[in-house]
Design a protein around this ligand. Sequence first.
Ligand SMILES: Cc1cc2nc3c(=O)[nH]c(=O)nc-3n(C[C@H](O)[C@H](O)[C@H](O)COP(=O)(O)O)c2cc1C
Length: 419
Amino acid sequence: MKRVDDFRLRFPGKGSKQEFVPIMIGGMGVDISTAELALEAARLGGIGHISDAMVQTVSDRRFKTRHVKDKLQQYKYNVTNTEKAEVQFDLGRLAEATLMHIGKTMEAKRGDGLIFVNCMEKLTMNGARETLRVRLNSALDAGIDGITLSAGLHLGSFALMQDHPRFRDAKLGIIVSSARALQLFLRKNARLDRLPDYVIVEGPLAGGHLGFGLEDWMKYDLATLVGEVLAYLKSEHLDIPVIAAGGIFTGSDAVNFMELGAAGVQVATRFTVTRECGLPDKVKQEYFKAREEDIEVNGTSPTGYPMRMLKGSPGIGDGIRPNCEAYGYLLDDKGHCAYIDAYNREVALHPDAKKITVMDKTCLCTQMRNFDVWTCGQTTYRLKDTTRKAADGSYELLSAEHVFRDYQYSTDNKILLPA
Ligand SMILES: Cc1cc2nc3c(=O)[nH]c(=O)nc-3n(C[C@H](O)[C@H](O)[C@H](O)COP(=O)(O)O)c2cc1C
């Protein structure tokens, strides 16, 4: 019986002799996949992701910088204004925060694995192209091993990095949810003569935002999607490692995908209840306690993508005033965000209310920053089976090493409980 450790992940091209345990820990935005978590994956010979979502906030938390306070101070006059077009990111400070978050993480790296950064296109930051250019190039400047493009088609993202000296050396990959999306990406980038080093195929059971419709995500399944992407790459004679993601809960699940032809797996949900994960301990207990009926895919994210979360997330319905002067990561190029519209509508409908409820959209920046949107994978309800329960009803947190090794060595769909 095979186990994940019988396989190794190699990237074609330069440095292709280097081998990795074929386990990637996925990026989990606003510091849920912390540097500590990613560093453990790298130490154990796999690949860990940090995320650059709300990087200025993350920098303030990690390094006591003042990006958010200063931005709020600068735009304080605009807080009650419904128009947010003026609230721009300072590109120098964006670069500074990115360099610090990624640079310090890379300095701390030990072991034979790699650290990648997850970069979501949907963080349009009131200036999509220029902010993305700074994020990508600063990540390369900071010495990141690789960049995973996510939450968007990223048709122009490679071109934004093409003049960087590390453009052909760093590992660059993309998350897709269909062979069609990959085909579009490859066509659009053909003139750059630079293929992605890996493709993550993310199915409908993943956490975070989904690349499927709100009504039809359940019609898709990961094995079929992976098969379609593999067939497409074969038909084009392209040698790009395919990484399967979404709902892979045991080492045996992972082996099944590798026997299908995947080069590795990306996993996240099982690491949400590790000590290294950035969620507060109280929230980790909510993830452990979750039952299947407590998990939903809804349309509350202002990005327009469906998002999976626990129904009990405090951020759902919370009608706080938009906080774009401090954050503003989801403002489009015209300074709009779907939450602002939903909030203004409710204020107009209830002019005398002290507290507003907004059910259809959530202020994702603030709620993710405060860990009040509990996004999770569909398998979250199984987390309680991965640990021990104490007499007081609480669940024992796990170490990232324990979960990583369980994926690496388990067989027969077994899950190793902590000692
Ligand atoms: C709490 C949580 C947050 C996530 N945040 C992001 C994110 O910011 N960007 C992204 O591309 N994927 C995000 N994901 C998706 C994961 O990186 C990963 O691809 C997926 O969840 C793997 O499936 P699994 O959770 O069933 O193992 C998130 C997943 C979870 C569980």
